[in-house]
Ligand binder design. Structure first.
Ligand code: IYR
Length: 221
């Protein structure tokens, strides 16, 4: 039998308060923008730690928590990551990317150069694990590892934004270099690299719009 405990943490709000809370949260989330120009200003490590704890509360397959977060602030490691990412990105932009993909990226103004990988105070490499090793060496399978890590990453981005930090979800492809540079075992698969810091004072972002509710949702019944 599973050990069950009362749901004592749940809070219900009266409908008006619920509506106001939903709106307040939406107003906060819609202020989030992906940033590509970071300030080198240091960020308190305690904030990163608490935001990672929030990420670790994410719902996930069989509560096996198939994630590993690797927080990088060491300048030498950041430089190695930048060099490896730029080598892959250069290939991508100059050879690998189909023209249709490059056209989709055009409004973002991105290119192979990734100076923010050195400028930003923190890079968080996020890995998913399809299996884990028990202390006795046996393998345990994880379920929905990638989905779980995607949800945890969403929590992390929201937590960092809520704390007043900017992020960039960076996906150099392929990302196997992260295992090598960060000395991660082979059951850890890179999911993405989250760049974290204050935006540069002169930071600009592309003028993008989000789809309307009607475009993204249907209500049946
Ligand atoms: N990984 C590349 C290309 C890129 C792809 C997508 I899809 C984006 O939304 C943004 C960039 C890069 O980081 O530049």
């Amino acid at each position: 039998m599973p050990a069950l405990i009362p749901l004592s943490m749940y809070r219900e709000y009266p409908p008006d308060e619920m509506t106001a809370r939903a709106e307040t949260f939406y107003e906060e989330m819609r202020r989030r923008r992906t940033v590509r120009d970071f300030s080198p200003r240091p960020v308190p490590r305690a904030v990163i730690e608490t935001c990672l704890r929030s990420a670790g509360t994410a719902p996930n397959g069989a509560n096996l928590q198939p994630w590993q977060f690797v927080v990088v602030s060491h300048p030498g490691l950041k430089r190695q990551i930048r060099e490896a990412a730029e080598a892959e990105e250069r290939e991508f932009y100059e050879h690998r990317a189909p023209s249709e993909w490059l056209a989709a990226l055009e409004p973002l103004g991105t290119d192979w150069q990734k100076p923010f990988l050195e400028t930003a105070p923190y890079l968080i490499a996020i890995f998913f694990k399809n299996y884990d090793h028990l202390p006795d060496g046996r393998k345990v399978k994880n379920y929905y590892a990638m989905e779980s890590v995607g949800i945890a990453t969403g929590f992390l981005i929201a937590a960092l934004h809520h704390a007043g930090l900017a992020t960039l979800t960076h996906t150099p492809s392929p990302m196997a270099f992260l295992n090598e540079i960060l000395a991660r075992p082979k059951n850890e698969h890179p999911f993405l690299l989250l760049v974290v810091g204050y935006p540069a004072e002169e930071a600009q972002v592309p003028a993008l719009t989000k789809k309307s509710l009607e475009e993204i949702a249907v209500f049946l019944g």
